[in-house]
Design a protein around this ligand. Structure first.
Ligand code: ATP
Length: 309
């Protein structure tokens, strides 16, 4: 039996929304402990990794609707992931990374982290490493706090920096309408703003919202809508006051819940079904306060190989 060695691997990877994002006090190293409930949703990037000539190094090609502002150098999180993988497993760092982006950039949907997760899985297949889940997680958590979650996807609770991931039981499908902004928000700037808003306050350590987890377990989208919470929302709205108007439009048109995803500025509206999603999308578009509206559903699986050639 002959084993052909793949020349290229294509991995599809989703973005995420945070159904809960609770931010603890600032720690001595400047970071914050969080408890978050992630849901992977059906907006995907496709990352294709091909072998290239020996000595050619790593190059990056970016295409797709959301390619604006994505770096094509070693600051790209996919390149960072490739370099760590090559270093850890002694692989030849001669690769072309082709990223087709659909996940909004700097939108609080972890698009860069998604591409890093896709790269880890693609290299595992390209070089037939057969890494375990734990081995891939170990590389993932070196890159960023959202990367481990995007390897597995689905619904999960993230603790620590968000990188200590435990999967959570969730039944049913959740439908989302997403209001995208053309200008992103920087995650560090939003954390600085929450520190400023909390100055002088005693901040309790974060806990998972049991009411939310129970609602997910019983497929109760009305209860999930009520339980959505994000401690970064006030900070994102303080930096970008127009986000409040967008959140209000969703409420006015009967969304089950409205929330800023991660550090924003994407606003995610939970709706009851696809028809409701379409109605809200039309209302948001005609309100004039939003640039782009898109729809997605979740949970979906994390990074997966869709083609080997
Ligand atoms: P998070 O939800 O994890 O805070 P985000 O969705 O707000 O992330 P990203 O889309 O991951 O933000 O990108 C944030 C910044 O990271 C971008 O502005 C860009 O400069 C840089 N970046 C690095 N690699 C990538 C990538 N592969 N895709 C998108 N942005 C990337």
């Amino acid at each position: 039996m002959s084993h052909s060695v793949p020349n290229a691997v294509v991995v599809r990877v989703p973005g995420k929304v945070n159904l809960q994002l609770s931010v603890g006090p600032k720690e001595s190293d400047g970071f914050h402990g969080v408890v978050t409930v992630f849901q992977a949703i059906s907006l995907f990037d496709d990352v294709t990794i091909s072998r290239t000539e020996i000595g050619s190094g790593i190059s990056v090609k970016i295409s797709g609707d959301q390619s604006h502002g994505v770096p094509a150098d070693e600051t790209n999180l996919a390149v960072k992931a490739a370099l760590i993988m090559c270093d850890t497993y002694d692989l030849p760092a001669d690769l072309l990374i082709d990223i087709k982006k659909t996940i909004p950039v700097a939108g609080g949907m972890a698009g860069g982290s998604a591409d890093a997760a896709a790269t880890i899985l693609a290299l595992d297949h390209l070089y037939t490493l057969g890494l375990s889940r734990d081995e891939m997680h170990a590389v993932a958590s070196k890159i960023g706090s959202d990367v481990p979650f995007l390897l597995g996807g689905g619904t999960a609770v993230g603790r620590g920096r968000g990188d200590e991931v435990t999967s959570a039981l969730s039944r049913g499908t959740y439908h989302w309408v997403l209001a995208l902004s053309s200008v992103g928000l920087s995650t560090p700037a939003v954390y600085n703003e929450i520190d400023r808003l909390r100055e002088g306050l005693v901040v309790a350590p974060p806990h998972a919202n049991e009411y939310l987890l129970q609602a997910l377990l019983s497929s109760d989208s009305v209860a999930v809508g009520r339980a959505l919470s994000n401690d970064l929302q006030a900070a994102a709205c303080s930096l970008r006051p127009a986000l409040r108007l967008i959140l209000d439009v969703g409420e006015e048109y009967g969304a089950l819940g409205s929330i800023i995803s991660g550090s924003g500025p994407t606003v995610a509206f939970l709706v009851s079904d696809e028809e409701h999603a379409l109605d809200l999308a039309v209302a948001l578009t005609s309100s004039g306060v939003i640039g782009t509206v898109t729809r997605a559903s979740g949970p979906v699986p994390g990074a997966r190989v869709v083609e080997v050639r």
